[in-house]
Design a protein around this ligand. Structure first.
Ligand code: G3P
Length: 216
């Protein structure tokens, strides 16, 4: 399973990259706004800066919702760097745009996916990645990880090539459960990735080893 970081914060991207386990980056308009990135030139420059930090797929989301504008915007984003993946929402014009981008060699990430039916449609349109939002599903008292398992089963039976990118990850357990359920990638906040490190017995064991090492 690959690890992407779900942030537009350059320091956090660098920290995850320095850990040596980072395969890519996802962003969304909320994450870009959180970093105070405003105006088209700054937005494009910020994506270019992320591409300089990480050599892997970098998802940049379109802000348009009609076919013609999604295509225009997606082409502009894809022109920033060969690693840019155009992130498109799961709406009717978005599905049409996914197919257009696929046919024209542009990689895509279909976002805001909350059901197996939407995941089938994204795969049919040739999306490179599909992003089920598991944390938000959990928030509404459904089981987000169960959706990952369902999509993984469908994609395997049907031979769909779209990669399952589990998104809206909220903690380290989500990452473990997504790995178990067959996600190809987890896109996570830095805290969730670092959460995988934690175990009290590791800390206790290390303290004891270091203490005993003094007697060596
Ligand atoms: O990038 C999309 C997704 O990961 C958002 O997560 O925590 O806002 O539901 P969250």
């Amino acid at each position: 399973m690959k690890f992407f970081i779900d942030t537009a914060n350059l320091a956090q991207i660098k920290e995850a990259h320095d850990l040596g386990v980072l395969d890519g980056v996802t962003t969304n308009p909320s994450l870009m706004a959180k970093e105070g990135i405003k105006g088209e030139a700054n937005i494009l420059k910020h994506y270019a800066d992320i591409c300089e930090l990480v050599d892997g797929p970098i998802s940049a989301e379109v802000l348009s919702t009609d076919f013609k504008s999604i295509i225009e915007e997606g082409k502009k984003l894809a022109a920033i760097h060969p690693n840019i993946v155009v992130k498109v929402p799961m709406i009717k014009d978005g599905v049409k745009a996914l197919k257009y981008f696929t046919d024209n060699g542009i990689k895509t990430n279909c976002t805001l996916v909350f059901s197996a039916g939407q995941a089938i449609l994204a795969a049919k349109a040739g999306a490179t990645f599909v992003s089920p939002f598991i944390g938000r599903i959990d928030d509404s008292a459904w089981d987000g990880v169960e959706l990952i398992a369902q999509i993984a089963q469908i994609y395997s039976i049907q031979g769909f090539k779209t990669e399952i990118l589990a998104a809206s990850i909220r903690n380290a357990l989500h990452i473990v459960k997504c790995a178990e359920a067959g996600a190809d990638i987890c896109t996570c906040p830095l805290d969730s990735i670092l959460g995988l490190l934690k175990h009290p017995l590791t800390d206790i064991g290390l303290a004891k080893f270091l203490e005993d090492a003094k007697k060596m």
